[in-house]
Design a protein around this ligand. Structure first.
Ligand code: FES
Length: 106
């Protein structure tokens, strides 16, 4: 599938995302090096750091937030109504065309 990611400099990237690797969007961003090492995915995808926060710009229906994700976002900076932790968004067929923007580095 294709996922469109706006990096922290406002540059849009359309990237290929595999649906058969149980990969999440934070890992996708890292694999394409769209954010410098050490600025995203610090907790390793455990919903415990918010370094992977993103804003969901398309109308895709995402799974409900887990308690941990909700709690982390309630304590994070720069949170908006469309904030999600990208490490909690797993790449699936139905997310083709998903558009996200990375939240500012904190
Ligand atoms: Fe830490 Fe997503 S990588 S919350």
């Amino acid at each position: 599938i294709k996922i469109i990611i706006t990096d922290r400099h406002g540059v849009k990237h359309q990237v290929d995302a595999p649906t058969d690797m149980n990969m999440n969007v934070m890992e996708l961003v890292r694999s394409y090096e769209l954010a410098p090492e050490g600025t995203i995915g610090i907790c390793g995808g455990m919903a415990m750091c918010a370094s992977c926060q993103c804003y969901v710009e398309s109308n895709h229906e995402l799974p409900e937030m887990s308690y941990d994700e909700d709690l982390m976002l309630s304590e994070a900076f720069n949170v908006k109504d469309n904030s999600r932790l990208s490490c909690q968004i797993f790449i699936k067929e139905e997310l083709d065309g998903l558009e996200i923007e990375l939240a500012p580095e904190v």
